[in-house]
Design a protein around this ligand. Structure first.
Ligand code: BTN
Length: 257
């Protein structure tokens, strides 16, 4: 365990192995309520049971990648606006990775892609108390220096595979946390509606397949559509070839890659 290394502004717990950094920090918060500061971050070199979205697992070779989770207490945020947290975390990662490569986008709702391949996944677990968000744990996996992928994940890629060189994981982590903090403070300190609209615009400009017609699949089958917008509550709005608007919540529509 390594608390407060000089280059990192937040409490940092670095683990060799754990089941899941999301699970670790959530247990820590439960055991020490009020004592785990905002943006406290847990990293691991390896996860035995890394959690992905939709009950999937997240696999990453030991010592090569970024696997981390941090905690926020966004009590100022109404539960119905929780998608803004996904947006700021996605933007922070997308913007940091864009320093190293072109063609980094956010695949709605919060995967990070390079061209048609996934470089990073985000799992945000919110604890709601009444209409507010009491605690939010954001877990992030970024493929950094892994050379080959053996898991059944369909289309993984690492930063090293893109740029052809090794990257400093701690530097990337530090930059991402700084960006998350900047956006998060903005949400707290600026006029919320203006600031969140600005975030939504930035998010929209960063989206995967934001122009042109592409293939999608919903419960009724395959169709071609173009992206119209993402609503502030996270709904994904497409226009199909007949000009009809189709609106989706998470998991209701799939991109066909
Ligand atoms: C996805 O399915 O795309 C989300 C993947 C999230 C993986 C990260 S790795 C660090 C953190 N700990 C976990 O158990 N999951 C997240």
């Amino acid at each position: 365990m390594n608390l407060y290394p000089k280059t990192f502004r937040y409490p940092l717990i670095t683990l060799e192995k754990t089941n899941s950094t999301n699970q670790y920090i959530s247990q820590l918060c439960n055991q020490q309520p009020e004592e785990v500061a905002e943006l406290t971050t847990v990293t691991a070199e390896f996860q035995m049971a890394g959690k992905g979205q939709r009950g999937n697992s997240w696999e990453a070779e030991e010592g090569k990648n970024l696997l981390f989770s941090f905690v926020l207490y966004p009590t100022f945020l109404e539960a119905r606006r929780q998608f803004i947290l996904s947006q700021i975390v996605s933007l922070a990662i997308k913007e940091e990775l864009s320093r190293w490569s072109d063609d980094i986008t956010i695949k709605w709702p919060n995967d990070i892609y390079w061209k048609n391949k996934k470089i990073s996944g985000i799992l945000i677990e919110n604890d709601l108390v009444g209409p507010r968000i009491a605690r939010s744990i954001a877990g992030i996996g970024i493929n950094i220096n892994q050379d080959t992928f053996r898991s059944d994940a369909p289309n993984p890629i690492s930063l090293k595979q893109i740029t052809g060189k090794e990257h400093d994981r701690h530097e990337i982590l530090t930059h991402i946390l700084k960006r998350v903090e900047m956006y998060y403070k903005g949400l707290q300190l600026e006029d919320f509606e203006t600031y969140s609209a600005e975030i939504n615009t930035r998010y929209a400009r960063s989206l995967f397949r934001r122009r042109g017609f592409h293939s999608y699949q919903d419960a009724d089958g395959l169709f071609l559509a173009r992206l119209l917008r993402v609503e502030q509550d996270g709904r994904f709005v497409l226009e199909d070839e007949s000009g009809k608007e189709r609106e989706y919540l998470f998991k209701e529509v799939q991109y066909i890659l």
